[in-house]
Ligand binder design. Structure first.
Ligand code: S3P
Length: 449
């Protein structure tokens, strides 16, 4: 069913799994790609068909926003959507506030689109999103000529006076953020001339790939060790093109981690997106000794996809370099849970960006582990986890702080803890992984909501 709900709180007590996890499942569509598919289709001329769309609350907010901006957005079957756009520059002024719910990606990418159309709009979000930094996009976007007024600290609600003839930007990212890169590139779509973004560390490139798919001219060149320069030619004729959304590797992470930890398990997740700028967790898990097997590799909708099978076995601690962080930025909470169970110490370096996610994920992940008897420290921007080499003590209450990934990480921890783990609220899981608890139960997790 297509609905946007203000979620009522859903507490959960997780008991250790009593049998191995087993089976083959598919996870919902990639969140990053789903947002972009709806937005870019609304900017393109003609009718785009999208299959495998994530129908989580975050993406439904984007669908509603694109409708409010004049695109015809229709759900024709589960995961299958049709978007009819009238072409770049034709968006209409929304007649009410755009509520982006919990979604930073929706808010930040949309800022680039709204700034580059000659109209007035206001964006808001839930308690989590209203606390997140927006200056990282409004600062560079102001150079287009657009004007922004926000609450103190650059926080939502945000009023935007967009410009019909935005100046093209040339911008070097001060933080490794695909959302900021995308906001600048999207503003460049409606600008005459060339938009240029330098990223010192490569971040997920779904915007670049999908803009090309819709007919834009985007070139990417290497910059130093591991960076990139992206150039976009403004005012392309964006034409509707169908999009097949792969399974979200960031969602598959929870299922695969549970399978690695619950003794005797073997679980396959089919059709997982394997864009190399998203697979840092899988590299790291293999370095920890994980038996993670890839099969059926293929390219679908321009993105590499494959089936991943996780087989439980002993794991050891790992030292994750800071340069890897952008390719696994959403995966640190679940990696911390895996590291707590592995033998020996782990160190995850360069996690400053975790402080500005759906929650302050650095402090929230530390609290999640400490409440459950795991030794964990933060030194500068690094997290240090002391692995127990087996079941963690558990028995704690985890505060999920409106953060879906903390709720899922806490659930996985509970499956391998000596004492039951209480999760204060699992409702936010619906933002990215509707059906998570049912899916986990289908492989034998035995969760009772
Ligand atoms: C995303 C980029 C990342 C990631 C988020 C999705 C995107 O955020 O954490 O879940 O779709 O571009 P940052 O750009 O803040 O790193």
């Amino acid at each position: 069913m297509e609905s946007i709900n203000a979620p009522a709180s859903r507490p959960l007590t997780v008991h250790a799994a009593t049998t191995p996890l087993a089976g083959a499942v598919a996870v919902p569509g990639d969140k990053s790609i789903s947002h972009r598919a709806l937005m870019f289709a609304a900017l393109a001329r003609g009718e785009t068909g999208i299959t495998g769309l994530l129908e989580g609350e975050d993406v439904l907010r984007t669908a509603a926003a694109m409708r409010a901006l004049g695109a015809i957005v229709t759900r024709t079957a589960p995961g299958t959507w049709q978007v009819i756009g009238r072409g770049l520059g034709t968006l209409q002024e929304p007649d009410d506030v755009l509520d982006m719910g919990n979604s930073g990606t929706a808010a930040r990418l949309l800022s680039g689109i709204l700034a580059s159309h000659g109209m007035f709009s206001v964006m808001t979000g839930d308690g989590s999103l209203r606390g997140r930094p927006m200056k990282r996009v409004t600062d560079p976007l102001s150079a287009t000529g657009a004007r922004f007024t926000s609450r103190s600290g650059g926080r939502l609600p945000l009023a935007i006076e967009g410009v019909a003839d935005p100046a093209p930007l040339s911008y070097r990212l001060p933080v490794a953020s695909a959302q900021v890169k995308s906001a600048v590139l999207l503003a460049g779509l409606n600008a005459a001339g060339t938009t240029r973004v330098e990223e010192p560390v490569a971040t997920r490139d779904h915007t670049e790939n999908m803009l090309r798919h819709f007919g834009a001219e985007v070139s990417v060149a290497p910059l130093g060790a591991g960076g990139r320069v992206i150039t976009l030619t403004g005012r392309p004729d964006l034409v509707a093109r169908d999009v097949a959304v792969p399974g979200d590797p960031s969602s598959a992470a929870f299922v695969l981690a549970a399978a690695l930890l619950v003794p005797g398990s073997s679980v396959t997740v089919r059709g997982v997106g394997l864009n190399p700028l998203r697979t840092g967790l899988f590299t790291t898990l293999r370095e920890m000794g994980a038996d993670l097997r890839l099969s059926n590799e293929r390219v679908e909708g321009g993105e590499p996809v494959g089936d991943l099978t996780a087989v439980a076995g002993p794991l050891h601690g790992v030292d994750v370099p800071a340069e890897r962080a952008p390719s696994m930025i959403d995966e640190y909470p679940i990696l911390a849970v895996v590291a707590a169970h592995a033998s020996g110490p782990s160190r995850f370096r360069g996690l400053e960006e975790l402080r500005v996610k759906e929650s302050d994920r650095l402090s929230a992940t530390v609290a999640l582990l400490q409440r459950n008897g795991v030794t964990v420290d933060v030194v500068g921007d690094d997290m240090l986890v002391t692995g127990t080499g087996g079941a963690v003590p558990g028995g704690g209450l985890v505060e999920t702080r409106m953060d879906h990934r903390l709720a899922m990480s806490a659930t996985v921890l509970g499956l391998v803890a000596a004492e039951p783990v209480k999760v204060d609220d699992t409702a936010f899981i619906d933002t990215s992984f509707p059906g998570f608890i049912d899916l986990m139960n289908s492989i034998g997790a035995g969760l009772v909501a």
